[in-house]
Ligand binder design. Structure first.
Ligand SMILES: Cc1cc2nc3c(=O)[nH]c(=O)nc-3n(C[C@H](O)[C@H](O)[C@H](O)COP(=O)(O)OP(=O)(O)OC[C@H]3O[C@@H](n4cnc5c(N)ncnc54)[C@H](O)[C@@H]3O)c2cc1C
Length: 491
């Protein structure tokens, strides 16, 4: 190991993805330093929902009670703003996000600034240092390390991860390609006070765009050539610009007496063609941008962090070869690509005009069919995500998927996962003998009963993915293959 580096992993950006990644690294024993441009946490209420996969991931790390504190208020806010607690596809609010066959797999409603506070506290409790008010401006990669220029001082690390959002400096400096589709629409939004709210029509899709409001948040979405003109506009959104947009969208004049956290965003859909270039990696919005429709971006980014954290820690701690990191792009890129695609479809379905109106009516009717509704539920939650595993697996339908919680004698899988260790739970003593060479890398837990009739043993990665499973006697070579792939050759 190169001992001259300042830290094992330098994380750029203390947004939710950066903080979860840093926490995962620290939990696995790697040194992580986070550098954040903002001097104070971002108060911007962007995301309000984390999907079931990210919610489960946080529950596995013991953060369930913290997150749950916000859920009731978040649900009330959602009902107020959308008139429904259902999920939506292109603002057709009919999607049941909880699968009927797995009713415990639920999302959490928590505003992004609250989530960031929870994650920051969690990471700091694990020893992560966050250097606020510090901006990365340059980076140089060598054979053994990466050197970053932060506020004029050099910081060296074995790896650097850009969690620095959609306009990622890391992505640009490290030369990642970022292909995708240009925007169809522009959204302008902010927390406002209006002299008179009653002049506004009900929120929703109108002839010339969309009007959104709820609580103190108000915004518009407009389609058309104006979008291209604004694509590179960096100046902050002003009261005049938002007022003019409201007039264009719904034909009324509003008097905005205060505007806080103004923002403008486009619905372009772009994704880094790889999430890794040597010692530099990307996660979260730095790796993929798309419209926020359906509330998927944060969930996607948190799951990137979960996937990368343990792999990167194993690499810097010398427990795994650097090639393990290639599985990060292999597993996460297709998941991001699927989200980009469904947000493109949503943008198309939100465009103004009678043709889209007709298509939306059909879509809305289709969503009343239970199987179609379930399809949209899976699409929006990603619960059906199944990674292709690079070895013959035991042919269990859940291998490669993130596992729902189940009982392991008088505890549960998620309670056992608090330390972020790989777990091999089983009811067959022969398993412990096969896995003995990996006993220092994997927690091997013998149980009398598992709360799933279709499993007698399960190898679960630190990110909650079922890496191998058996029902009945294990095939030793299949289990060894899975253990070798993720956790090295064993002793
Ligand atoms: C209106 C809206 C609603 C949304 N709703 C949802 C939702 O309901 N559910 C959902 O899942 N997603 C939603 N999203 C998406 C979600 O907000 C993003 O996906 C999420 O913020 C991504 O987190 P991140 O940590 O990757 O990036 P960010 O939150 O953007 O954090 C990046 C951090 O990096 C810092 N940084 C940038 N450059 C540098 C630099 N050079 N040096 C140091 N620091 C730097 C920034 O200051 C920032 O703190 C929504 C987005 C919007 C805009």
């Amino acid at each position: 190991m190169n001992t001259s580096t300042d830290t094992d992993v330098l994380v750029i950006g203390a947004g939710p993805v950066g903080m979860l990644l840093a926490a995962e690294l620290a939990l696995a024993g790697a040194r992580a330093l986070v550098v954040e441009r903002l001097a104070e946490p971002n108060p911007d209420r962007k995301a309000r929902t984390i999907g079931p996969l990210a919610t489960e991931a946080l529950r596995r790390r013991g953060l369930g009670p913290e997150i749950a504190k916000f859920h009731e208020q978040g649900t009330a806010d959602l009902r107020r703003d959308h008139g429904s607690e259902r999920g939506h596809f292109a603002h057709i609010h009919k999607v049941d996000l909880t699968p009927t066959d797995e009713p415990d797999r639920t999302r959490a409603l928590i505003w992004q600034p609250d989530l960031e506070r929870v994650l920051t506290k969690h990471a700091e409790a694990l020893g992560v240092t966050v250097r606020r008010g510090s901006t990365l401006t340059e980076l140089h990669t060598g054979d053994d390390s990466v050197t970053a220029l932060v506020d004029g001082s050099e910081i060296s690390a074995r790896y650097l991860v850009g969690c620095d959002g959609g306009r990622s400096t890391v992505r640009k400096l490290a030369g990642f390609e970022f292909p995708g589709t240009p925007p169809l629409s522009i959204t302008r939004a902010g927390e406002v006070e209006l002299a008179d709210w009653t002049v506004l029509p009900p929120p929703g899709r109108l002839a010339d765009g969309q009007l959104m409001y709820g609580g103190s948040l108000m915004g518009t979405t407009e389609y058309g050539p104006a979008v291209a003109a604004l694509e590179s506009k960096d100046a902050p959104l002003t009261v005049d610009e938002l007022t003019a947009s409201v007039r264009r969208v719904c034909g009324v004049d509003v008097t905005i007496t205060s505007l806080r956290n103004p923002r403008r965003f486009l619905d372009h859909a772009r994704q880094a063609s790889t999430y890794r270039r040597g010692r530099v990696l990307l996660a979260g919005d730095a790796a993929h941008v798309h419209s926020p429709n359906g509330g998927q971006g944060l969930n996607l980014g948190l799951m990137d962090a979960l996937n990368l954290g343990w792999k990167l820690a194993a690499t810097v701690l010398g427990r795994a070869p650097d090639t393990l990191l290639d599985s990060y792009t292999a597993e996460r890129h297709p998941v991001g690509e699927a989200v980009l695609n469904n947000t493109r479809a949503q943008s198309a379905l939100l465009a103004p005009g009678p043709h889209t109106d007709a298509l939306r009516d059909i879509m809305s009717d289709l969503m009343d069919l239970p199987s179609v509704n379930a399809y949209f539920g899976q699409l929006m939650t990603g619960l059906h995500t199944r990674y292709a595993l690079p070895y013959p697996d035991a042919a269990h339908p859940d291998t490669g998927r993130h596992l729902a919680d189940f009982a392991v004698d008088d505890t549960t899988l998620y309670e056992l996962a608090g330390q972020g260790h790989p777990l091999l739970v089983h009811t067959d003593p022969a398993i412990a003998r096969i896995a003995a060479p990996w006993a220092s890398a994997v927690d091997v837990i013998g149980a009398t009963t598992l709360g799933r009739d279709d499993l007698s043993a399960a190898l679960v990665r630190p990110d909650g993915v079922l890496a191998w499973a058996a029902l009945g006697p294990a095939e030793p070579e299949l289990l060894r293959g899975a253990l070798r792939c993720w956790f090295g050759p064993g002793r």
